[in-house]
Design a protein around this ligand. Structure first.
Ligand SMILES: CC(C)(COP(=O)(O)OP(=O)(O)OC[C@H]1O[C@@H](n2cnc3c(N)ncnc32)[C@H](O)[C@@H]1OP(=O)(O)O)[C@@H](O)C(=O)NCCC(=O)NCCS
Length: 216
């Protein structure tokens, strides 16, 4: 399925996109909050990222769409939806990554907005969620602009570095359909796989004054 937005064409990833994907992940700034700045090996993209995305598309459990400029066809980045392997919920995880030169123009929000419509529409999801590090302000701002809300915050168990805290945002179908804020803005999901016993513990959002408590 090719998705068109006002400025972009989003097409399912294919082998012809591999060079662009490798180049995208070779920028340490792009990878800063993803892998600590490390690039992704070409073999990982060809042998794992591409086949997995194509398998998700075939089974209608998500997919990875490459974003190109509508007029010029220039590579901008990608957006993806993925059903978590062990989840029995009707949910899809949203992710996005753009080349640095295109940041700050509203493109990630525009592309993600279009994918959310597909996720709640043809894919029939009940919940979209996305996670990032607390320090990834740009990514969190995209989620807030999409109308998503913080569901939990997980911090390193030893509280070593608050920047390593992880934040999950979600958008429920009912709120997307109504286009309005939930009445209960924050809740903690105690079944999160990172806690207890892992390297993270769940924290209340009040421990983080810089975590937004609702879409701004
Ligand atoms: C995160 C990312 C996708 C955002 O893409 P984008 O096209 O620049 O996003 P948008 O322009 O739609 O929105 C970004 C918002 O964050 C804001 N922002 C970005 N960095 C910020 C910062 N350091 N402090 C405050 N606001 C910031 C922008 O001003 C903008 O908000 P605004 O529209 O209210 O001004 C892009 O930076 C990226 O690809 N980063 C690397 C990969 C990554 O981190 N992906 C997410 C992993 S979960």
């Amino acid at each position: 399925m090719i998705i068109e937005t006002p400025r972009m064409r989003l097409h399912p990833v294919s082998a012809s996109d591999i060079d662009d994907l490798v180049l995208l992940d070779s920028d340490p700034e792009v990878m800063r909050h993803v892998s600590g700045g490390l690039p992704t090996a070409r073999a990982e993209i060809t042998d794992w990222v591409l086949p997995r995305a194509q398998s998700h598309l075939r089974s209608a459990r998500g997919g990875l769409w490459v974003a190109r400029h509508r007029q010029s066809g220039r590579f901008l980045g990608w957006v993806s939806l993925r059903h978590p392997r062990h989840s029995s919920r009707s949910e899809l995880e949203l992710s996005y990554r753009l080349a640095r030169r295109w940041w700050g123009r509203g493109l990630a929000t525009e592309a993600a907005d279009a994918l959310i419509a597909v996720a709640f529409g043809t894919m029939g999801a009940e919940r979209i969620f996305a996670t990032t590090t607390a320090a990834n302000i740009g990514s969190r701002r995209v989620m807030e602009k999409l109308g998503m809300f913080v569901t939990w915050v997980a911090v390193p168990a030893d509280d070593a570095d608050p920047d390593l805290a992880e934040v999950e945002y979600e958008l429920a179908r009912v709120h997307w359909e109504l286009g309005q804020a939930p009445t209960i803005p924050i809740r903690r999901i105690v079944t999160d796989r990172r806690a207890p016993g892992g390297r993270h513990r769940l924290a209340t959002t009040s421990e983080f004054t810089f975590i937004a408590t609702g879409a701004g």
